[in-house]
Design a protein around this ligand. Structure first.
Ligand SMILES: Cc1cc2nc3c(=O)[nH]c(=O)nc-3n(C[C@H](O)[C@H](O)[C@H](O)COP(=O)(O)OP(=O)(O)OC[C@H]3O[C@@H](n4cnc5c(N)ncnc54)[C@H](O)[C@@H]3O)c2cc1C
Ligand code: FES
Length: 276
């Protein structure tokens, strides 16, 4: 069955890649927090959209290197400054691309394309937005929380991390998020963030989640069981980021969808068991 065409709010990316100067690099526990000045890009990327990033130098292709494709990252912050947009990304170094990006220093340059995809849609008037983040999936929720607060929306934030070192990323949030760590070495609940979701979820809430697949599947099931609307920011390996390679497809109730153009944020109700 074909889904009816939907016009989604999105900021469109200029088609070419552009260079951004790295302006700040910080360690947040196990994560890297990298800021870059995007002088020519759109000033209004939407929370939940993403950028394709590559280092300007040493991005594969050397003697014993493989040339890399750019990698996808959600922006965690976007601040307008006199010389353009300051974008910040929270990064977990898990392989060659993220390790290279994590080694960038102030003054270095990075290629970027974006913003791409469809981000979070706002909650209905009066609804409380319940933000649920797991691990590196907390990145887009930083700017989503900030945006909801600026709009006067009611929010609560629940974050889960592997351990206390990863939980340092909670410092990026303005409010007082409820925390969970898998091994109990961080503040808050010893266990899963979905335990916190079960405790906090109330009628009238709308859930916004980003994190590992098993967490998102648990969130989807909880929302379905309680008839609560949810939006899930999904991940997939992305080779192009703009709809050309079909490397990022995910199965939905309406057929296969490319996460880079029809997502990465999708309605939880559009997914069914076995989507992953
Ligand atoms: C829309 C979107 C937003 C993202 N936002 C962030 C972010 O804010 N911060 C961040 O650190 N990462 C984010 N990621 C994930 C990031 O793109 C990958 O971690 C990165 O591409 C890994 O590249 P690498 O060369 O370091 O590792 P690789 O060698 O490419 O991968 C290392 C391991 O991770 C797996 N992997 C790689 N990419 C993905 C992926 N996208 N989904 C699931 N498994 C993957 C590989 O199979 C492999 O096992 C995002 C991904 C998407 C699609
Ligand atoms: S990443 Fe190429 S189609 Fe989505």
């Amino acid at each position: 069955m074909r889904a009816p065409a939907r016009v989604e709010p999105r900021t469109l990316a200029p088609p070419e890649r552009r260079l951004a100067r790295v302006s700040g690099v910080e360690r947040l526990g196990a994560y890297h927090f990298i800021s870059a000045e995007d002088e020519q890009g759109p000033p209004d990327p939407r929370p939940g959209q993403f950028y394709m990033l590559a280092a300007h130098e040493r991005w594969g292709g050397g003697a014993d290197e493989r040339p890399y494709l750019p990698r996808a990252f959600s922006h965690a912050r976007a601040r307008l400054a006199s010389d353009g947009l300051a974008l910040s990304f929270l990064l977990e170094a898990i392989g060659p691309g993220t390790e290279r990006l994590g080694a960038l220093a102030p003054g270095d340059q990075a290629w970027l394309v974006g913003p791409l995809g469809i981000g979070f849609r706002p909650p209905a008037a009066g609804a409380r937005a319940l933000l649920v983040g797991g691990g590196i999936g907390v990145a887009p929720l930083v700017i989503w929380e900030e945006t909801l607060h600026a709009a006067g929306a009611q929010t609560a934030t629940l974050l889960g991390f592997r351990n206390g070192s990863y939980a340092e990323a909670a410092r990026l949030f303005a409010g007082e998020p409820a925390l969970a760590t898998d091994d109990g070495t961080g503040p808050g609940h010893h266990g899963l963030v979905t335990d916190l979701l079960e405790q906090h979820l109330a009628p009238g809430d709308e859930v916004y989640a980003c994190g590992p697949v098993p967490m998102l599947e648990a969130v989807r099931q909880i929302c379905a069981a309680r008839s609560i609307p949810g939006q899930l920011a999904l991940e997939a390996g992305m080779a192009c980021g703009f709809g050309a390679c079909f490397g990022c497809v995910v199965r939905t109730r309406h057929g296969y969808r490319r996460l880079c153009v029809d997502g990465p944020v999708v309605a939880a109700a559009d997914l069914e068991e076995g989507w992953k």
